[in-house]
Design a protein around this ligand. Structure first.
Ligand code: ACO
Length: 430
């Protein structure tokens, strides 16, 4: 039975708004005809209460700490799956069978090289250019090579374009790193797994081959899986907004990369390690930083703490904390920043300020420590996040285009500026 919500407006209008129920019994009030019927709009800064779409990709319950991709709990995928399997699942809706998996893996390996002309693009960047800006520029440049990917038409060849994107993003990321350290590019190798190939392109040099540690390979696989999608966050919404204008999938994903770059989103993992380093170098102890984070007059925030949606715990953080312990034990790494991180976590979790505001460590809190142990430099952390998130962005882009209710994203505003006034000549201005 359909339910309605009743809305009474100050001008005496009242109307019934349909209440929609998701498969997890989540409720939404459908206001899509509100302005047409009443002239009113809703105002919701940061879209905290606004659902922008119906989606069947990722379910997350921030109160319960639940994350599922296409119905599969993240804990099961993290324990049993590979990243490419999860990528297929997100994009196609089902886990691949053996044949589908093999053909997807082959396709991704096949497309890992980038057009040789694109190599020269790297020359134009300064050596200290942030790899996120290189990554987004290069991904957007792919549109120049795969023109058939334009707009809605690319839905038909999305299989091909998604394999290209998932493959080439690792090559571009590794080339961006090589550029920053002044080493020659290492080309992709088909016989290596997705993660092994990336590690090889990052760390092999002509003088010395890279010796792959299976524990590092598996941890990277896990990291990519945990980052693969996270429903309508800032970057996924950006991909949808940009894609809604019929921009092609490369342009849309490139915009998602830029949205991810910000320190309040994917950039947080880099900020976490910078913060830990600052605490370490300062030697004043963590209490100074806890107090700064609590002080309303200070801008300082404990990076890696707090999440718009998770108000209990971040299930990805729990999985990663174990992986982090395992890896550091295996590698015998004694990272002083990890010690600070653990003390910070313990102190914050028992402090009323953080408890009352439900601020828990998120995924980003642990990723930096792992990346450091693997040898990935700090300016590549957010790039690593982007590598994992590409399948999620593609899945969101695809779902948006397949939704018959899809419209160009075009929010409204409540205008609070000057009402009409007459142009003032320059000499009359103060
Ligand atoms: N340290 C200290 N205080 C914090 C923190 C933090 N990390 N996060 C939130 N708070 C406080 C705020 O000051 C505010 O306090 P008040 O109620 O006294 O004013 C309260 O908690 C609520 O904070 P909001 O900013 O309103 O919460 P919102 O849901 O908008 O923000 C966000 C979420 C942006 C992630 C925030 O927690 C934050 O800035 N965290 C640090 C950055 C970070 O780690 N980002 C990664 C997010 S995960 C991701 O994108 C993958």
């Amino acid at each position: 039975m359909s339910e309605n919500a009743k809305l009474s407006l100050p001008d005496g209008q009242s109307l019934e708004l349909p209440v929609l129920t998701g498969t997890k019994n989540e409720k939404a009030i459908d206001i899509s005809n509100l302005r047409k019927q009443t002239g009113y709009i809703t105002l919701d800064p940061g879209f905290v209460n606004t659902g922008s779409c119906e989606s069947a990709i990722t379910f997350l319950d921030g109160e319960q700490g639940i994350l599922q991709f296409r119905g599969y709990p993240i804990e099961q995928l993290a324990a049993k799956s590979t990243f490419l399997e999860v990528a297929y699942l997100l994009i196609h809706g089902e886990l691949p069978n053996k044949l589908q998996q093999q053909s997807f893996v082959d396709r991704v390996s096949w497309h890992a090289m980038i057009h040789e002309d694109m190599r020269h693009f790297f020359d134009g960047f300064s050596q200290n250019a942030h790899p996120m800006v290189i990554l987004s520029s290069m991904i957007s440049s792919l549109s120049a090579y795969y023109v058939e990917a334009s707009g809605k038409a690319s839905i038909e060849n999305l299989e091909l374009n998604s394999a290209r994107l998932i493959a080439k993003v690792t090559t571009i990321a590794a080339f961006a790193y090589k550029k920053s350290v002044g080493q020659p590019f290492v080309y992709p190798r088909d016989e290596l797994s997705y993660c092994a190939n990336f590690l090889n392109m990052m760390f092999a040099v002509p003088a010395e081959s890279y010796e792959l540690d299976p524990e590092i390979e598996r941890t990277l696989e896990l990291l990519l899986i945990l980052h693969a999608d996270h429903e309508q966050n800032c970057s996924a919404s950006t991909v949808r907004v940009v894609g809604s204008s019929m921009a092609n999938v490369y342009a849309s994903v490139a915009s998602g990369i830029l949205a991810l770059w910000g320190p309040l989103h994917g950039g947080a993992n880099q900020q976490v390690v910078q913060m830990l380093q600052q605490i370490h170098d300062d030697k004043a102890g963590i209490s100074k930083y806890i107090e700064m984070a609590k002080n309303p007059k200070s801008d300082f925030r404990l990076m890696g703490f707090g999440h718009r949606v998770y108000k209990n715990f971040d299930p990805r953080a729990s999985i990663l904390k174990d992986a982090c312990d395992r890896l550091l034990n295996k590698l015998g790494t004694n990272d002083p920043l990890l010690e600070i991180a653990l003390k910070l976590e313990e102190t914050a979790l028992s402090d009323d300020y953080f408890i009352e505001r439900k601020l828990y460590p998120t995924l980003d809190f642990y990723t930096g420590i792992i990346y450091r142990a693997i040898g990935i430099p700090i300016n590549m952390f957010t790039v690593m996040f982007a590598l994992g998130r590409v399948p999620g962005w593609i899945a969101q882009w695809k779902e948006m285009h397949e939704d018959p209710k899809q419209k160009i994203a075009r929010p409204r505003q409540l205008f609070t500026g000057q009402t009409e006034r007459s142009y003032k000549p320059m000499d009359d201005r103060l």
